[in-house]
Write a protein that binds this ligand. Structure first.
Ligand code: NAD
Ligand code: UDX
Length: 481
């Protein structure tokens, strides 16, 4: 009897033992795939990680000089330098990487749909489905699939359906959303507030979940690894981004009231943030939030709510986006108003194009919308950003104009009135106004008297990030709120 108990216990232990992961494949070498895998590689030297992408240029750049990686993040090139070609590899051979790996992260883009059902709101899951089909087509043995991309609730179910109806091998699908913020990605990954893993509530689902948890626990304390069911994990990601963005829209809405009432948004923000129930983070008033996540994820949340008939909930979250659009528009209108309602043929300098400091990412940056509105008014726009190229700035505007169906002639005209400079002094020279649109640290160090001396008078400074508040040398200063 005793022997029988011991034997069954041993079998149970063996069954529950986590899978040993030796090879990981990550599909998608972007802002999430690159940094996330580089950090896992540095913390788990026994695991070989191959990041694959259909974009050959991006993979070549990942394999190229460390000071020219496709993504700029503080600390990233050092980690890539330590791990690349040891246990971290970048490749376009997607099939081979899938075949060789026991665990596959899907970290491809999930942009807002620009066509058909759900246009302008729902996530476009084409790239996700393509990955699932490719995995099913080439997988020869059982795999754990990890959703790293941000996805609508119940996407795991759809991925599993595609996988299982196209392959004979067994798949477990986990949700493991990423919470890193750009500009601080490496430190967020090294010291996460939490790691969230959702798995199916079956023995094999839990085994897969624990296998992934074990990888993170190489450097993340066990109590920070949160295990939930798949749907909670998927929804928590959308909810976290919505709540963060909601704080910014709340403070930005109050900044408009401050400008009318004589209150100062910096003081209001400090006063409310010191309430420990509210907290001080994400209460910086700004020209409006940007980035590839907040808007896209809230739109997706709005779509999901409407899909389930929760129209009031959908309207509530849509309000966060509406205030953000209002804030970007309000900022541009203020420049126009303060320049006597005409910027026609006037040079306006924009300092900063990235959606926040310490990143070269410009997706949904407020700068794109501010520039566009001023160009509509006939302005001559000059731009300086320490990390963003002229080509990127042009591409961002052209992408926006195409979405608005602008004619080629109109696009050409607007493009001819935008000039990108490699120093801030060139950008501001002979301008009528300077608008600070990204909170780059170096902007605070500039000689602002020299800048204002080189401008037409009255030389007006519009601070969309409130980083120059308190700089006594600046005259004609217009902060937010
Ligand atoms: P990205 O556009 O920078 O990278 C995605 C990459 O996937 C691209 O290089 C693209 O070429 C590649 N790709 C697309 N389809 C492919 C396929 N079938 N096979 C191989 N490669 C393919 O996107 P990102 O910013 O890294 O975001 C990825 C996901 O992570 C999104 O769902 C996003 O919402 C989520 N997310 C992003 C952030 C962020 O800060 N950027 C943070 C958390 C979560
Ligand atoms: C966000 C989430 O923070 C992160 O957890 C998620 O994984 C991806 O989306 P990210 O968009 O990279 O990260 O940067 P974040 O720091 O959140 O900033 C987003 C935008 O809000 C930026 O334009 C930023 O300048 C703006 N912002 C942020 C404000 O305007 N005020 C604030 O107080 C904070």
């Amino acid at each position: 009897m005793a022997l029988a108990i011991k034997y069954s216990h041993l079998v149970g232990c063996l069954k529950n033992k986590n899978m040993k992961i030796k090879n990981i494949c990550c599909i998608g070498a972007g802002y999430v795939g690159g940094p996330t895998m580089a950090v896992i590689a540095s913390k788990c030297p026994d695991i070989n990680i191959t990041i694959v992408d259909i974009n050959k240029q991006r993979i070549d750049a990942w394999n190229g000089p460390l000071d020219k990686l496709p993504i700029y993040e503080p600390g990233l090139s050092e980690i890539v330098g330590q791990t690349r070609d040891k246990n971290l590899f970048f490749s376009t051979n997607i099939d081979a990487a899938i075949k060789n790996s026991e665990m596959i992260f899907i970290s491809v883009n999930t942009p807002t749909k620009t066509y058909g059902e759900g246009k302008g709101f729902a996530s476009d899951l084409t790239f996700i489905e393509n990955c699932a089909r490719q995995i099913a087509a080439v997988a020869k043995n059982n795999k754990i699939i990890v959703e790293k991309s941000t996805l609508p609730v119940r996407t795991a179910e759809k991925i599993k359906e595609v996988l299982e109806s196209n392959s004979d091998v067994e798949f477990e699908v986990l949700s493991n959303p990423e919470f890193l913020a750009e500009g601080t990605a490496v430190s967020d990954l090294l010291h996460p507030d939490r790691v969230l893993i959702g798995g199916e509530e079956t023995p094999s689902g839990q085994k897969a979940l624990n296998t992934l948890a074990e990888i993170y626990q190489q450097w993340v304390p066990e109590d920070k690894v949160l295990k939930t069911n798949v749907w909670s994990s998927e929804l928590s990601k959308l909810a976290a981004n919505a709540m963060l963005a909601q704080r910014i829209s709340s403070i930005n809405s109050l900044s408009a009231l401050c400008e009318k009432s004589g209150a100062s948004i910096k003081e209001v923000s400090r006063a409310i943030g010191m309430d420990s129930r509210i907290g001080s983070k994400f209460l910086n008033a700004s020209v409006g939030f940007g980035g590839s996540c907040f808007q896209k994820d809230i739109l997706n949340l709005v779509y999901l709510c409407r899909f389930y008939g929760l129209d009031e909930v959908a309207s509530y979250w849509l309000g966060v986006i509406e205030i953000n659009d209002y804030q970007k528009d309000r900022f541009s209108s203020k420049i126009l108003l303060e320049l006597n309602n005409t910027v026609n043929q006037k040079k306006i300098a924009l300092l900063g194009w990235a959606f926040k400091k310490d990143t070269n990412d410009t997706r949904e940056s407020a700068a794109i919308y501010v520039a566009d509105k001023l160009l509509d008014e006939g302005a001559l726009i000059s731009v300086f950003d320490p990390m963003v190229s002229e080509k990127q700035i042009h591409d961002d505007l052209i992408y926006l104009w195409k979405s608005k169906d602008l004619s080629d002639t109109k696009m050409k005209d607007k493009l001819s009135r935008i000039e990108v400079f490699s120093t801030h002094l060139q950008a501001v020279k002979d301008s009528f106004a300077v608008a600070v649109l990204t909170e780059w640290d170096e902007f605070k160090e500039y000689n602002w008297s020299e800048i204002q001396d080189s401008m037409y008078k009255p030389a007006k400074i519009f601070d969309g990030r409130n980083i120059l508040m308190g700089n006594k040398s600046i005259i004609n200063y217009y902060p937010i709120g």
